[in-house]
Design a protein around this ligand. Structure first.
Ligand SMILES: CC(C)(COP(=O)(O)OP(=O)(O)OC[C@H]1O[C@@H](n2cnc3c(N)ncnc32)[C@H](O)[C@@H]1OP(=O)(O)O)[C@@H](O)C(=O)NCCC(=O)NCCS
Length: 219
């Protein structure tokens, strides 16, 4: 959880639930050239005990949505009778403020003692503020908690933004999976961390995490 000025909670990581999936799919469509079928999320969340999926919420969005809908209701009630009986002027609200507050998501599978990152995506409007990094930090924290020794992932050879993020957290190239992505036959780089419990990795991770939290708390 990240608190900002006035001790107000701003960013919160929650475990992904089935009710989050429509918003997750919306963000996934904006983030990836091809997407998972909705049933894949159901399987991951309900049937895969080795899967860990999270969502990142911006509580400011939640507060803004709630106050916009309260304002609309107040304006409707203040209209002279019988107009007050009509529905308020439609405002651009998401189906649920709680869903609209989700701005990113990510997940991993534990395979024996390896954490395999399966997805990580930020809504395009919220990129470049350290929040994709917050998702990765949260996945590495989960990896520690579930007893993983290494974290690994595949990334498109053309995805330099994601590769920079991973390199920042000590991921290194360990090979290539040729034509791994079926939409354009692109190769994937396979990346691995060093053992995350090694003192060197832990120290680096904790220092990066502290710097990130300070950035997110003061921005
Ligand atoms: C990859 C992704 C999650 C990064 O999220 P983000 O919120 O934009 O990134 P952050 O602001 O947290 O940046 C973290 C690091 O990523 C790298 N990065 C971010 N934006 C970058 C850019 N435009 N160019 C190069 N590197 C960039 C930097 O290393 C940055 O660290 P720095 O701030 O110290 O420079 C986001 O771009 C995304 O959702 N992309 C689409 C989905 C995707 O490609 N997922 C990865 C699949 S393997």
């Amino acid at each position: 959880m990240i608190r900002q000025k006035g001790n107000r909670v701003r960013y919160v990581i929650d475990r992904m639930t089935m009710s989050d999936v429509p918003r997750v799919i919306e963000i996934e469509r904006l983030a990836y050239p091809s997407t998972w079928p909705p049933s894949a999320y159901r399987k991951e969340l309900q049937d895969n005990r080795w899967a860990h999926y999270i969502v990142l919420r911006d509580k400011h969005i939640l507060e803004e949505q709630v106050s916009a809908s309260q304002e609309s209701e107040r304006l409707r009630k203040n209209r002279p009778f019988p107009l007050s009986l009509l529905p308020g002027r439609p405002i651009a609200l998401a189906p649920s403020p709680d869903l609209a507050s989700i701005i990113g998501f990510s997940g991993l599978w534990l395979m024996v003692d390896e954490a395999h990152v399966t997805t990580i995506a930020m809504h395009p409007e919220h990129r470049g503020h350290g929040l994709g990094e917050f998702l990765l930090v949260s996945l590495i924290d989960i990896s520690y908690n579930i007893g993983a020794k290494w974290v690994t992932l595949e990334v498109r050879v053309s995805n330099h933004t994601a590769q920079n993020l991973y390199r920042k957290y000590g991921f290194r190239e360990a090979g290539v999976r040729h034509r791994y992505y079926s939409d354009n036959q692109e190769d994937a780089l396979i990346m691995w961390t060093d053992e995350i419990n090694s003192p060197a990795y832990k120290q680096k991770f904790l220092a990066l995490k502290a710097a990130l939290f300070q950035r997110l708390e003061t921005e």
